[in-house]
Design a binder for this molecule. Structure first.
Ligand SMILES: [Zn+2]
Ligand SMILES: [Zn+2]
Length: 324
């Protein structure tokens, strides 16, 4: 069935993503086209010079009824998702096609993957009580078993952090490894947003600070965790993240080398739980304060062996000063 992309609600809503987003949805809303992309993805090997499949092999792999219909669908995919190498030659998947297939794989099992809250070897940074890691609805939830937690807008009491995480990433990982991987995933996203590149769509990103009112800071946990929150949002796809500035400071090279001079590594690895524990300890040791309201300036102070380094952010969450 042909879908006129201008009829889709997404066409009206796509905004800056433009009518092409609607076209892509319409184009891929077809099982045969998805099967073609999967067949070409299977044939794709970065080590090969030639990743193309001849028409006859696509026909076999897709297991379709008539060659005529198959070429109709292949033609639809050509250009944006698939490239034919030349007249009468094979077809290969393009980068946009690979990206699309990968997103399907990353999301596979969305409905059935859950992890019941399980205790891990990482105490709560605020009260020292045991913490748990759980997974549902596409997010990893790190929670304290005793205190109210600190995550903004969390549904559950005790929530320390909520990190979007692809369900397939739970495969073969212990709860502690899931936590470590989710921290690295959060850092990857935060670093990209901080560097003004949307990790979801490569669009430009705006940053701003949200300063809490008195009521919020009255809670000891709020004061310790997020006196000020940094927001980032993509102008194109509206991807939005909230990060504590104490963690953002660790993206600055001056902070990395400051720790380096004291033989403290800031490196994290998703397959090494200890590196993630160490990173968390460093981050939670940083002090955050609003040093000026007009213009807004937020400073993060990093301390090690009696030495001190202060990183100052402006109202758009860009570093404007580093003082030792
Ligand atoms: Zn706690
Ligand atoms: Zn985006």
């Amino acid at each position: 069935m042909a879908i006129d992309s201008t009829d889709l609600p997404i066409a009206a809503m796509a905004g800056e993503a433009g009518p092409h987003a609607a076209d892509a949805f319409a184009l891929l809303a077809d099982e045969t086209r998805l099967a073609i992309l999967l067949a070409l993805w299977e044939a794709h090997d970065p080590e090969n010079d030639d990743n193309s499949l001849p028409f006859s092999e696509i026909f076999d792999r897709v297991d379709y009824d008539s060659p005529g219909n198959l070429s109709y669908h292949l033609e639809k995919l050509e250009g944006q998702f698939v490239r034919q190498q030349g007249e009468g030659e094979g077809y290969e998947i393009r980068t946009t096609g690979l990206k699309f297939v990968r997103s399907i794989i990353a999301g596979s099992g969305v409905d059935d993957v859950t992890l019941e809250p399980t205790e891990i070897d990482q105490p709560c940074p605020f009260c020292g009580a045991p913490t748990t890691i759980g997974y549902r609805d596409g997010v990893v939830i790190h929670a304290c078993t005793e205190c109210p937690g600190t995550a903004p807008d969390a549904d559950a009491e005790g929530t320390l952090s909520v990190v979007p995480f692809d369900p397939v990433g739970l495969r073969g990982r212990s709860p502690e490894e899931v936590w470590a991987a989710s921290v690295v995933a959060a850092l990857r996203g935060a670093r990209s947003m901080f560097q003004r590149l949307c990790p979801a769509c490569s669009g430009p990103v705006d940053g701003w600070f949200e300063c809490p009112d008195e009521r919020e800071t009255a809670s000891e946990n709020r004061r310790l965790s997020v006196p000020v929150r940094a927001h980032f949002q993509c102008r194109i796809c509206r991807n939005h993240t909230v990060d504590p500035p104490r963690g953002l400071a660790l993206f600055h090279p001056a902070v990395v080398s400051f720790y380096g001079e004291h033989d403290v590594s800031t490196h994290v690895s998703a397959d090494d739980f200890r590196t993630v524990k160490r990173f968390h300890a460093l981050m939670n040791g940083h002090d955050v304060e609003i040093v000026s309201a007009e213009p807004l300036r937020v400073a993060v102070t990093v301390r090690c062996d009696g030495d001190e380094l202060r990183v100052t952010f402006d109202e758009t969450v860009r570093v404007v000063d580093v003082t030792r």
